[in-house]
Design a protein around this ligand. Sequence first.
Ligand code: ADP
Length: 492
Amino acid sequence: MKTSDNEERLLLFIEQAPVAIAMFDRDMRYLSASRRWRNDYGLGERDLYGRSHYEIFPEISDAWKAVHRRGLAGEVVAAEEESFVRADGSIQWLRWQVQPWFETCGAIGGIIIFSEDISKRKQAEQAKRESEEEFRVLSEAMPQLVWASDVHGRADYFNSRWFEYTGQSFEDAKNLGWLSALHPEDVVRTQEAWTEAVSKGGVYEVQYRLKGKDGAYRWFLSRGVPRRGDSAKIERWIGTCTDISAQKDLEEVLQAAREAAEDASRAKSEFLVTMSHEIRTPMTIFMGAIQHLLEIDQNPEHRQLLDMADAAAQRLLTLIDDILDFSRIEARKINIDAVAFDLRACVNEVVRIFSLAAQEKNLVLDTEVASEVPERVIGDPKRLGQILVNLVGNAVKFTHAGEIHVGVRTAGEALEFRVTDTGIGIPLEKHPRLFERFSQVDSSLTRRYGGSGLGLAISKGLVELMGGNISVQSEAGKGSCFRFTLPLRLPV
Ligand code: ADP
């Protein structure tokens, strides 16, 4: 067949076109086909010129043949997308067009078929639809309220739990409409958290009360995370609201119980402070009377009874003083002084109190204040003395042979005090509760040694009020070492 220049150019164009395109004469014989067409139809490098499309593909459907005929009759037939079942059973999606081409004389010379395999795009669309469907099913399966919003934070999806709980419709809830279900007191806080998360792109987390359709509010924990696209830019926000009302109620109950317990404990401590104070006054009158009687009554029998009464009254007064101190510490009704004082003199005074008792038991009692310890420090000498009296008193009480050392040195920014003895020691299992009130290692010892079981609890309370800490190292039969620190403050 003789071809014109125009046709030549068209044939060349078709051959090189980057799409699947082929040109046929009126008998559906190939005039030209693009590389893409050859690939798509598995034609390779075969010489197609002059061969009929129907001869190469005898299985071609009548439907296609009808389309070709319409093209040959002058019609342009096209489909934006159409699916075909391939020979292997897989689905192929095509966008195609069949149109006539005209000879220079104006007669229809044949048809041009253009086709584009859009299967990949269709598959991607399908995958997207499936993953959207999976998200929807998953969000419906969740017991929480689920929401999603656009990048600006305008809600555009809620699962049905949201509508069931709030009674809102999608129209009510969309964009920022959902805020109307919020407790009025929580709106500002929620909006702030939301705006901040949206502007910073971080995780959004806030607790708020949501009104149910019955009008009652329940607490929810709302958490949202941004979904980022390929370029890491935030595309959407997806989140859940979890009902935490039960947890909130429990927290409130616990908090109320804690406050009630603290109130009760404070009330008890205050009662003890008042009571011990009240008992102290008649006690001193009572002890004064005994002293007075001892001065005037020379009857030996009476004097023996009065001595016993005096000793018992002294013990009772010590006990009352301990209870008073301990209660004051618990009720936080104790003042700690901050005055400059001579540390060595304070330590020596305590040792002096116990030197006679130590001598009577043949115990060595000495002190060692390291040279780097300053002469004068700032603190409460009365309370420091009280702690040392408790510890040294215990050491003397629970040691039958050997030595008791009182040492002071600096430890960083603190002063460290140690009271070491070679006494009966304290079994390891007794250590955890040792500093608790009324804790005595062995009640049979109490009968032997006396004591209230408050000394260590008071000492710990005082040390902690002064900003330090106290600990013990001891084992049964191997002596004890009580150690406490106090912040070192120097006079200016
Ligand atoms: P108490 O008035 O009974 O001495 P504390 O609180 O001072 O009360 O001491 C509690 C208990 O700890 C004592 O009863 C004793 O069992 C034990 N304890 C304290 N210090 C020593 C020590 N240096 N050696 C052995 N046991 C000690």
